[in-house]
Design a binder for this molecule. Structure first.
Ligand code: FES
Ligand SMILES: [Fe+2]
Length: 415
């Protein structure tokens, strides 16, 4: 249980809030690069700020204020040029650093006018592994962490986005909550498929361990032992707002206090013998979370998680909860946020921020499935791995994978 003041501290993300300032110190995934292919300008709300994301004709990515610095017209209705984005109202041209490059009427009538003070708010954007990351904190920006899976080759990658109408923190608490697998995905999943027993192997033992980039959580369930990789390696609640499960990442990116952008990145290595495989383009698609009947979609794994997140309310009321030993990870994570917020207020750099380009270029994380992804296995062996076996049949993580993405995946796998 938390006081409402502590709950506010964890959940408020607008400019100037303690958590908002902390999250702004980290590069956040905000879109798939392929998102900007058909329309190079996209409106996006992040951490309570209305912004426009674009790719200009010269290939520069920009993330700028939604409103033009001249008289506040909507930059979403501007257009991109070789270098920057132009407002459609009076033609001011801005680049990705926020500089105002042109003010056509002034430039014609009063050559070389000073444009100082006419900058647009702008945040750096970088592309990596088909994802676009933004940094909204004080400059200089830290290095963008290139997690090891982003460096893997011979794999099929896809980016899946979903708009979640609730606060980010309850989504992130799900990243350090092993017991929900047994109930939400196994037992409830079985019920949704017509079963009538709580037959999932029970959790017998949990362990949560902090490290530089978050926490690992480890578990032993019935039928497993401490030799199992679920105990020896575990999974990662990635600091500050991610989840890493060996072959895929999920991030819970705050749109504002009451909305979250779920960003997930998936990798499947092609079967042995199908290398070299070079993916020309990483597809990005948006997963619907509500069905035509108005109810949340429950058929897919992350959709089930979403039912839990939104079910806790727009902002979960943590003054009313009853934490038990299954929630030790949740408490550890909350406390680490409180400590980091305090440290940042005292002028310290928050944890997990990388300033060395060398260190940032390939960061390994605990991974139960590394060899599957780096060495590869023959197609016949996909059947022996429960996750890959399922993956060949259908995309079980998010509802609504477009047919063309499925087709590209099947071609890559040779199925
Ligand atoms: S409002 Fe954008 S150029 Fe005038
Ligand atoms: Fe889950």
């Amino acid at each position: 249980m938390l006081t409402s003041a502590r709950n506010e501290m964890l959940t408020r993300v607008g400019p100037g809030t303690p958590m908002g300032e902390l999250l702004r110190r980290y590069w956040q995934p905000i879109a798939g690069a392929s998102d900007l292919e058909t329309n190079p300008i996209k409106d996006i709300r992040l951490l309570g700020e209305n912004l426009v994301l674009y790719r200009d004709r010269g290939g520069h990515y920009g993330l700028i204020d939604r409103h033009c610095p001249h008289r506040r017209a909507d930059m979403l209705y501007g257009w991109v040029e070789e270098n920057g984005i132009r407002c459609s109202y009076h033609g001011w041209l801005m680049d990705e650093t926020g500089r105002c490059l042109e003010q056509p009427y002034e430039d014609t009538t009063n050559p070389k006018p000073s444009k100082t003070g006419c900058e647009i708010k702008a945040y750096p954007v970088k592309e990596c592994a088909g994802l676009l990351f933004a940094y909204m904190g004080p400059l200089p920006a830290p290095e963008l962490p290139v997690w090891e899976p982003f460096t893997w080759d011979n794999g099929f990658r896809e980016v899946v986005l979903a708009d979640i109408p609730c606060n980010w923190f309850q989504c992130q608490e799900n990243s350090i909550d092993p017991v929900h697998f047994e109930w939400m995905h196994d037992n409830w999943g079985a019920r949704l498929r017509g079963g009538d027993k709580n037959a999932a192997p029970k959790h017998l033992k949990l362990k949560f361990e902090p490290f530089d980039y978050g926490f690992t959580y480890k578990r032993v369930r019935e039928g497993q032992s401490e030799e199992d990789r679920y105990w020896t390696v575990g999974r990662v609640a990635l600091w500050p707002n991610g989840f890493y499960l060996g072959s895929h990442f999920e991030w819970r990116v705050p749109i504002d206090d009451e909305n979250t952008l779920s960003v997930a990145w998936f990798f499947v290595r092609v079967p042995k013998g199908r290398e070299p495989y070079v993916q020309k383009r990483v597809p990005t698609w948006r997963s619907p979370i509500r069905g035509d009947d108005g109810r949340w979609i429950t058929s897919h794994v992350i959709n089930q998680d979403i039912v839990a997140w939104v079910g806790q309310g727009r902002i979960a009321d943590r003054t009313k909860e009853h934490l038990r030993s299954s929630d030790i990870g949740v408490t550890l994570m909350r406390n680490r946020f409180f400590e980091e917020i305090e440290a940042m207020a005292a002028g310290k750099e928050p944890g997990g921020i990388i300033r060395s380009a060398n260190e940032a270029q390939c960061i390994t994380l605990p991974n139960m499935a590394r060899e599957l992804n780096t060495e590869g296995i023959p197609l016949a062996d996909f059947q022996k791995d429960p996750i890959l076996r399922q993956r060949l049949k259908e995309f079980r993580h998010h509802f609504g994978q477009p047919a063309e993405v499925r087709r590209e995946f099947a071609e890559a796998m040779g199925i």
